[in-house]
Design a protein around this ligand. Structure first.
Ligand code: UD1
Length: 298
């Protein structure tokens, strides 16, 4: 059967120079959509923004005047969980106050990118969306508050992402996720820093799979609900380190826990994403790390 053609849309991405936003922009441009976006470059990198994006270097509180030319808003911009440890007030301002203003200023459908951090250290694994939040960081509190606001606003789909990894994840930033940090250190000839004994687990999902989920949420009618995006599979950090060491030379050093390392295990139940979006991840962790090895060994 011939593949059904997707209609072309005008899509605005906040945080378009960031890790997820820039990968998403690549995908949307390749699919023929018009893509606009902004980033204040606090965490994002200008060179991540693909050619073809109508880009403004501004924060989300400065863009309201032109976003209503777009059909859909995809809100990827966020103050980071690690930044939130030292800057809880600025995290609240960006992720809650400015985000709510943005949601009010835009009249169309919104895909809101949220986080599995709102489940805290859940006893239920894999964790479904019905589990009550346990807000153990400034970041989680700020993201959950904006989820509550968009529920009142309507015309939205919120995606709660688990630990995303892939191309454009920064290698030299203190704010980066763990796989970006591991590969960055190995490429620099330094040992991987494993926090604690490495038995803690996370649910790692490849960025291309996440972008497909976001695209499906964007082209669907608004579902007005929260949907987990992950794999449902727990992998220990020790296993992640071993996988990275299959492709890059190096070793491991053990370091102390951070304040945010209060999550022992994480895996998301993603049956709702399958049911409502027809989405499931395609890339295993070993395939994803192999892809990164191919990209970064060139
Ligand atoms: C990550 C994201 C967070 C997101 C959440 C759920 C980052 C920095 N964190 O939080 O934004 O809301 O997933 O989607 O993007 N670790 C090491 N060595 C390191 C760094 C980390 O062993 O150098 C370990 C940590 O102890 C932790 C695991 O790796 O157990 C994951 O850490 P990290 O990537 O920082 O993310 P989360 O805290 O899970």
């Amino acid at each position: 059967m011939a593949k059904k053609k997707r209609a072309k849309m005008k899509i605005y991405i906040t945080g378009v120079a960031g890790f997820v936003g820039s990968n998403l922009a690549d995908k949307l441009l390749a699919d023929g959509h018009t893509v606009g976006g902004c980033d204040n470059l606090q965490f994002g990198v200008r060179s991540n923004v693909p050619d073809g994006v109508i880009f403004k270097e501004v924060g989300i509180h400065e863009i309201h005047y032109d976003i209503n030319n777009y059909d859909i808003l995809i809100h990827c911009a966020t103050a980071n969980i690690i930044y939130g440890m030292s800057e809880p007030i600025n995290t609240w301002i960006t992720n809650t106050v400015d985000t709510i203003e943005l949601f009010k200023a835009f009249s169309g459908k919104i895909v809101n990118i949220s986080t599995s951090s709102i489940y805290g250290n859940s006893a239920v694994i894999p964790t479904p969306e019905t589990v009550a939040p346990s807000l153990t960081s400034a970041y989680a509190r700020s993201k959950y508050a904006s989820e509550l606001f968009i529920q009142e606003r309507g015309n939205y789909t919120t995606l709660r992402l688990t630990n995303v990894y892939g191309k454009n994840q920064r290698h030299n930033s203190p704010y980066s996720g763990v796989i970006g940090k591991f590969i960055g250190r190995l490429r620099a000839g330094e040992p991987i820093q494993l926090i604690g004994d490495g038995s803690q687990t996370r649910d790692f999902v490849y960025v291309d799979d996440v972008c497909e989920a976001i695209l499906l949420a964007a082209i669907n009618h608004p579902l007005n609900t929260e949907i987990n995006i992950g794999t449902g599979i727990q992998t220990s950090l020790l296993e992640v380190a071993s996988l990275c060491l299959e492709y890059f030379d190096g070793g491991i050093e053990h370091i102390q826990q951070r304040e945010i390392d209060n999550i022992t295990n994480r895996a998301l139940d993603c049956s709702k994403a399958k049911e409502l979006l027809g989405w499931k991840p395609k890339t295993s962790l070993s395939e994803g790390i192999q892809k990164l090895a191919n990209i970064y060994s060139l």
